[in-house]
Design a protein around this ligand. Structure first.
Ligand code: NAP
Length: 516
């Protein structure tokens, strides 16, 4: 894709950029506690029951007050999307592409404000927030370019006496269900992929990060997407999710989130409903239990750094986070000693303070669940770093490393989704690869090695959707690293890659007889 370039990251080591970010944080803070409407195809609604999102660095602070959609509102949103679909699906793709480029520009023009919302509502550090916002811009620009490629006739062979053609058309009403951990990028990617291809959208954002969704919806409107092209349906997934998925007018579901919710959506969507004219399509991106393999001859310092940032960046709350380090026994002790020192230097505290590398985890229930896993881990292995909650007002947890973990252990197998790393010893590279593949997931993985034959074996046998060699296993870039995993990590889709928009389209072939 010669025309695509990733959005450059703001360099916060430059004083002027730091000042702009401080100003954005102050502006956003001044907007805390505002109430946002729910919107069904442009109709603004309020409900008696409210959803309050809080600052996980200081949960007494209410970031935004949102509506809780009722089942009747959920049905109404699908109906509204269904009724606008014929008109929206026939708009010229060029005008939808132009809207998407304006959406990218709209987010870009207030990048630090979006950064600040991510710091306060999702607990992201400045650089993590910046990476999320840049990725959202990248998705918009990349899918705009991709839609240029996919709109218009596609190459097919021509039979004598016929004009043969194939073109892509949209599917219908898309239900978009993002998670909270990339509350802007993933939401923007799934929503804009659906819209630019000519589908209408019902967006049900995560209950943890509804304010970022409301801000994104404003950017879509500013970019010219018609009010009727999408609804923003805040509210609890467990209360309205099943209804939205089961509605016979829902044509497809793009979901990113946990394994269990993804499997439930897949199961419910597969059941044909009375009046339903299609087989629903499910695009599901689910959990991970990502491993980094460290080979005997690897550069240990680089491997320690890669493991530390992959495990503890954004508090380990990335689907791509390294939660298992599998290390050759010949360098195991040396690796652990260096890792322990590196992790000991990680500062934890409020995400708005840029001197903290780690902020809070997203919620109190997440903190409880992670601390429970840590207690299990203390029995399953040897605690070498962290192991407890961190002091402070927010949902802070110490970066935790548990060594000598066997593959059968719960903390080796289950997604914890927090700052907890299991370190395991392997007798050789062959065994390390086997251990890495011993998982129900298959999202990301990395190998640190200087042995070309071992690297070749990893390329061939490490069963993950995104494999990295001699670098960290997080930080996929739109365009260069199409993202998505195998096994129970999802439906093998690749966000930010050339296959992705096809998931939101269907192909129509037309043959016209021109000579008798
Ligand atoms: P989650 O609990 O599964 O929630 C994801 C979304 O599903 C939220 O919007 C949630 O709404 C909604 N939901 C909940 N119950 C539902 C139901 N019955 N029907 C329909 N929707 C429902 O996941 P999360 O905690 O937000 O995100 C963390 C998970 O996402 C981790 O497992 C992580 O690995 C995964 N993830 C995967 C990728 C990837 O690319 N593979 C990327 C990022 C994250 P409420 O918030 O209202 O409950």
């Amino acid at each position: 894709m010669p025309d695509f370039k990733n959005e450059p990251y703001t360099d916060f080591s430059i004083a002027a950029n730091r000042q702009s970010m401080e100003a954005a944080l102050a502006k956003v803070r001044s907007e805390f506690g505002r109430e946002y409407d729910l919107s069904i195809a442009g109709e603004r609604l309020r409900t008696p029951d409210k959803l309050k999102s809080v600052n996980p660095s200081n949960p007494t602070e209410i970031v935004g007050i949102h509506q809780k959609a009722t089942p009747a509102m959920a049905s109404k949103a699908i109906e509204a999307a269904h009724s606008f679909f014929p008109e929206w699906s026939r708009t010229n793709p060029a005008s939808r592409i132009a809207m998407l480029r304006r959406a990218a520009q709209s987010i870009r023009s207030r990048k630090m404000e979006f950064d600040a919302w991510l710091v306060y509502e999702a607990g992201k550090s400045w650089p993590e927030a910046e990476a999320d916002v840049c990725e959202a811009i990248d998705f918009c620009e990349y899918y705009a370019l991709e839609m240029e490629r996919l709109s218009g006739p596609q190459p097919v062979s021509q039979l004598p006496g016929e004009r043969d053609e194939m073109r892509y058309i949209p599917l219908g009403v898309g239900l978009i269900i993002p998670p909270w951990n990339f509350p802007l990028a993933i939401m923007a990617g799934m929503t804009t992929a659906a819209l630019v291809t000519g589908n209408t959208v019902v967006l049900k954002p995560s209950s943890e990060t509804p304010t970022i969704a409301a801000r994104f919806a404003e950017a879509l409107l500013e970019a010219g997407f018609p009010e009727r092209s999408f609804s923003l349906l805040t509210g609890s997934g467990s209360a309205i999710g099943d209804l939205l998925v089961q509605n016979p007018k829902t044509r497809f579901i793009a979901f990113t989130g946990s394994r269990d919710v993804g499997l439930r959506i897949n199961e419910l969507a597969a059941k044909h409903q009375p009046g339903q004219l299609w087989i629903k399509r499910v695009i599901a991106e689910m959990g991970g239990k990502d491993a980094i393999v460290v080979d005997a001859g690897a550069d240990i310092d680089k491997a320690v750094e890669g493991v530390a940032v992959s495990a503890f960046g954004y508090q380990g709350q990335k689907c791509s986070a390294c939660s298992r380090a599998i290390v050759d026994e010949r360098i195991y002790d040396q690796f652990l000693e260096k890792l322990q020192a590196r992790v000991g230097g990680i500062r934890v505290g409020p995400a708005n303070d840029p001197s903290n590398y780690m902020g809070p985890v997203i919620s109190n229930s997440a903190r409880r669940s992670i601390l429970d896993y840590i207690e299990v881990g203390k029995r399953e292995g040897r605690l070498v770093a962290g192991g407890a909650a961190e002091n402070g007002d927010g949902y802070f947890i110490q970066p935790t490393v548990i060594a000598d973990v066997e593959p059968g252990a719960k903390i080796f197998q289950e997604e914890i989704f927090g700052p907890v790393l299991a370190v395991s010893k392997a007798k050789n590279f062959e065994r390390a690869l086997e251990m890495a593949n011993d998982s129900q997931y298959g999202l990301t993985g990395a190998v640190y090695s200087n042995d070309p034959e071992h690297i070749r074996q990893a390329r061939e046998r490490f069963f993950v959707g995104n494999l990295y060699v001699n670098r960290k296993c997080t930080g996929a870039m739109v365009g260069a690293h199409p993202f998505g995993g195998f096994n129970l990590s999802g439906t093998d889709s690749k966000a930010g890659g050339p296959d992705y928009l096809l998931l939101f389209l269907q192909a129509k072939a037309i043959a016209e007889k021109i000579v008798n």
